[in-house]
Design a protein around this ligand. Structure first.
Ligand code: NAD
Length: 480
């Protein structure tokens, strides 16, 4: 059985207390590896290693730091197949998705911030004849990056790359449910030639490692992606310690489909935005609001395409829906399907666990599921399910659609489908969502600000926002 190790001070090490947790392959329900169940002592060792590496790392020219990040991106590309297999085995996602989305995007994260590092400029403010102010952006120091299980290497790298680019040293914690590619990354970091201690990876649970990281006095900032409840806990621990926080949290994203849209494109992309990664992407649209005159044609086409999605072994090229990440998560999603029935929903597709024959007989598979007839304020339409379950709801006016779209505690992303550009601009700016897509979904430009409004988060990642987050601005004022 594979035994993962922590990565501390440039070395792969077992956890100090010698405890491990089993890693289960979601497609088979069988254990395939062990992950360190580390504790505060491992976190402390990692923070010390990062502190020791910090002075030399921050003093390196940005070009040199950037070159190492680009080298790491190249190594990820060279090991694409191995990383994609590991991601699929660990998470249950189709191998084809890991190969085309997760791993290539992880490589682009390192390449993007590696090449951004030397271009990160700063401002000067001139008070004519009186004073010159210039801003220095110092790296914050040692920072923590904590990531979730749904897009494991992709989200892990999205945080680590900008932190390293600006000269911070990092102690990172991947999800204990999907730590495999983070472990493989530590081997590539060694190979790329990063100095020891610049990036440290400590495996373990949220209460065991995550909490210790957030509490550790040596950690100056926490970049976290995960559930809203966990974000609240982290904020509560970090705030009295005056640590800088970036929180990327849950979502309950609406798709607004207008009658004048390109129906074929709206259906096809809504299938993806509903069920990609088994609906386990924070940006998945789970509330599909359709203008009444288009409701029946949209529904007919949408449901037909949902029923054609192949649920099966993630290794099979024909598979479009892999396994959910764990038995516990599958049970949670099934609980919401039950709730949708209780709340008066009409099941249009799916709704059942799937038993895939052969090696996947014990896997955590679920049919992609569609309900209609649920009130916008019912729990199924308000709470994040984070699985392959969506609702269809007709609307009559733009105001109604906007009210329902904005009517949850979340505000991560939204999609608008219309050929009316004026409406797209008007609505786009009224939606309380950090990311609004018009006639597309999951289209990413890494230079743009990324993050949520309301309970979907605090702060923004991406481009300059991320580089700024990991620095502390200092004003130097010179009298002229
Ligand atoms: P989670 O909050 O359970 O865990 C996320 C990470 O936090 C894990 O590494 C976990 O071990 C750690 N953690 C747990 N308790 C902690 C604590 N007390 N202190 C510090 N760390 C702790 O989330 P999850 O179930 O892994 O991921 C799913 C959630 O992530 C969903 O809500 C989803 O919407 C959200 N998400 C958000 C984004 C975004 O960009 N906004 C992206 C992906 C996922």
């Amino acid at each position: 059985m594979i035994q993962l190790q922590n990565f501390v001070g440039g070395q792969l090490l077992p956890p100090r207390a010698g405890r491990y947790l089993p890693l289960i392959e979601p497609a088979t329900g069988q254990p395939f590896a062990q992950v360190p169940d580390s504790d505060a002592a491992d976190v402390d060792a990692a923070v010390r290693a990062a502190e020791a590496a910090l002075p030399a790392w921050r003093a390196r020219p940005a070009e040199e730091r950037g070159r190492l990040l680009v080298r790491l991106a190249e190594l990820i590309e060279q090991h694409l197949d191995r990383l994609a297999q590991a991601e699929s085995q660990d998470n249950g996602k189709p191998l084809s998705l890991a190969r085309t989305l997760d791993i290539p995007r992880a490589a682009s994260n390192f390449a993007f911030f590696g090449t951004a590092a030397p271009h990160f400029a700063t401002e000067a403010h001139v008070q004519e004849g009186v004073a010159l102010n210039y801003t220095v952006r110092h790296p914050l120091g040692v920072v923590a990056c904590i990531s979730p299980w749904n897009l494991p290497l992709y989200l892990f790298s999205w945080k680590i790359a900008p932190a390293l680019a600006v000269g911070c040293c990092v102690v990172a914690k991947p999800s204990e449910i999907t730590p495999y590619t983070a472990f493989l990354l530590s081997e590539l970091v060694q190979q790329a030639g990063f100095p020891a201690g610049v990036l440290n990876i400590v495996h373990g649970t949220g209460p065991g490692v995550g909490q210790a990281l957030v509490e550790h006095p040596g950690i100056r900032a926490i970049s976290f992606t995960g559930g809203t409840k966990t974000g609240e806990l982290i904020a509560r621990t970090a705030a009295p310690r005056f640590k800088k926080l970036s929180l990327e949290l849950g979502g309950k994203n609406p798709n607004l489909i207008f009658a004048d849209c390109d129906l074929a494109a709206a259906v096809q992309t809504s299938i993806r935005s509903s069920f990609a990664n088994q609906g386990q992407i924070c940006l998945c649209g789970s509330r599909i609001l359709v203008e009444r005159s288009l409701y029946e044609p949209f529904k007919t086409e949408f449901v037909a395409q949902v029923q054609a999605l192949t649920v099966g072994d993630p290794l099979d090229e024909a598979t479009r829906q892999g396994a959910l990440v764990s038995e516990a998560h599958l049970q949670k999603v099934l609980g919401y399907i039950e709730l949708a029935h209780q709340e008066g929903g009409r099941l249009l597709a799916g709704g059942q666990r799937v038993r895939v024959p052969g090696r996947c007989a014990e896997g955590y598979f679920l049919q992609p599921t569609v309900f209609e007839g649920l009130a916008p304020d019912c729990r199924v339409n308000q709470e994040e399910i984070f699985g392959p379950v969506v609702t269809l709801t007709p609307f009559d006016t733009e105001d109604e659609a906007l009210r329902w779209a904005n009517g949850t505690e979340y505000g991560l992303s939204a999609t608008i489908w219309t050929r009316d550009l004026t409406r797209a601009h008007r609505l786009g700016q009224q939606l309380r969502a950090g990311v609004v897509w018009v006639n597309t979904w999951l289209h990413r430009d890494l230079r743009t600000p990324f993050g949520g409004m309301k309970n979907s988060g605090v702060g923004r990642e991406g481009g300059l926002e991320a580089l700024r987050f990991f620095t502390e601005a200092q004003n130097v004022c010179i009298k002229l």
